[in-house]
Design a protein. Structure first.
Lengths: 235, 231
């Protein structure tokens, strides 16, 4: 269970966000500058809230009043960034194994195999990040985050830097992830179609405030252009 | 021409020893200073930056004299080192290594600093979300990415140490077998009527060493770029 109640001043914007997530995909939806990325950065421990509290599975991660701030590397929260951020000096296999090594986790061949198969990564293992396409990089970033066995997975516009064709290529993997993995996810996006297909809970953010919350019905009306159905692109 | 004399050979091995020690001792400090200058903002940063670059612009004789004042037997630091640890630097090869390390320091720091500045700090953030402590993130991500820059800086510092003359001769003089490096041996030889042949030998050798070091440094700098691109 993730409980977030954070307040932070960011320039002229006052970020004020409260939500809970028991699992599934919680989408933070809004235009750029709404404060979505700041919220996930605070959950990850990369940014500190001014006030409030962040709690994951009963453990307090942030509470400035009580002087609590658990460092990012002790949170066991996976993070997939918009720009993948693969380590360029390591092979794909070394990138994938990084989280397990840093957390001192035992090697689990079955688990690795399962995740590599889910994300179709076996063929990429020996490649260098510089030789991957944008979509492949994001799949490796997803695998890398999952293999660190996180208690929560944050995804900050993971499709944001990809063209439409690549988005269509990755989205089915994210749907698989949602349906097959038990790890709860917080998904940041400004694309209503993406959120509609993935989210189990939606928070609409505007200028740092939650203006609507609920299911996908809180999203703006569907665009006129036809959107490929989930069925047609699902693997 | 290629029969190297005893004196020349001693100067060559001594120079290499001094240059290696100077580079190896200066490197960790150089990495720390380069990291501070690349990543941190703090009061007095401009002062540190100027201090690091000072040996480049000061006349080497002045640097040598300042070293003598500070690290000489009666200097503030020199007296302390001699009384408490029995370490004497003036007129010793270790003093020559100190002078060379200081003269090479700006050349060491610059490529390392540029390497650190070129590394995306967000990669360290990614490492932290994967469970790496700040120190391990530095060790496993930043340091390996900066490695070609670190080696390029070390090669430049080494090359500078091989050619260093002014500060060294002022601080430790030119004692054959103890502090007479290639540069000070050449200087002594060209002042002797029969020293031309030996001097030429040493000049050719020092040119080969310096040119080789620059080529190597350039190669590592190129390597840094492809490493950063993940190729």
């Amino acid at each position: 269970m993730l409980r977030v109640d954070i307040h932070k001043r960011l320039g002229t914007t006052l970020l004020d966000v409260t939500f809970e997530s028991a699992g599934g995909v919680t989408a933070l939806f809004g235009h750029s500058g709404a404060g979505k990325s700041s919220v996930v950065n605070m959950i990850a421990g990369l940014l500190r809230p001014d006030r409030g509290r962040i709690e994951l599975d009963g453990k307090c991660l942030d509470d400035p009043d009580a002087r609590i701030h658990v460092a990012a590397h002790r949170r066991r929260i996976g993070y997939v960034f918009q720009d993948a951020r693969l380590f360029p000096h390591m092979s794909v296999a070394q990138n994938l194994d990084y989280g397990r090594r840093m957390n001192g986790l035992p090697y689990d061949a079955a688990e690795e195999d399962r995740i590599l198969r889910m994300l179709d990564l076996e063929a990429l293992r020996l490649r260098r990040p510089g030789k991957l396409s944008g979509g492949e990089k994001q799949r490796v970033a997803l695998g890398r985050a999952l293999l660190s066995r996180p208690n929560l997975l944050l995804l900050d516009e993971p499709l944001g830097s990809l063209d439409e064709a690549r988005k269509a290529e990755i989205l089915p993997y994210l749907i698989r992830l949602r349906d097959q993995e038990k790890v709860p996810m917080v998904y940041v996006s400004h694309d209503p179609d993406e959120v509609r297909r993935l989210a189990t809970q939606v928070l609409r953010l505007e200028a740092g405030q939650v203006i609507a919350r609920g299911g996908i019905e809180v999203l703006p009306q569907r665009r006129a252009a036809p959107v490929a159905s989930e069925q047609s692109t699902a693997l | 021409m290629f029969e190297i004399s005893e004196t020349a050979w001693t100067a060559i091995t001594l120079t290499l020893r001094i240059a290696v020690v100077a580079t190896l001792v200066a490197a960790p400090l150089g990495i720390a200073v380069a990291w501070l200058l690349a990543r941190k903002r703090f009061p007095g940063k401009v002062f540190i930056e100027s201090l690091v670059h000072l040996p480049l612009v000061l006349p080497p004789v002045v640097t040598g004299y300042l070293l003598l004042l500070t690290f000489g037997r009666r200097g503030a630091v020199g007296a302390f080192l001699a009384d408490h640890f029995g370490i004497v630097l003036s007129f010793r090869w270790t003093g020559a290594a100190l002078a060379c390390g200081i003269m090479g320091f700006p050349l060491l720091v610059r490529p390392i600093r540029l390497s650190f500045e070129a590394i995306d700090i967000r990669l360290e953030q990614a490492a932290k979300t994967l469970g790496a402590s700040p120190w391990r993130a530095f060790r496993t991500v930043t340091l390996p990415l900066a490695l070609p820059g670190i080696i390029a800086g070390m090669v430049l510092c080494f090359a500078k140490a091989i050619g260093e003359f002014g500060a060294t001769i002022t601080f430790v003089s030119s004692i054959p077998g103890e502090t007479q490096t290639i540069a000070s041996a050449v200087y002594a030889l060209i002042q002797t009527p029969a020293g031309d042949r030996e001097a030429t030998q040493l000049i050719v050798i020092s040119m080969i060493l310096a040119f080789g070091a620059l080529l190597l440094s350039e190669w590592f700098a190129r390597r840094a770029v492809s490493r950063m691109r993940g190729e």
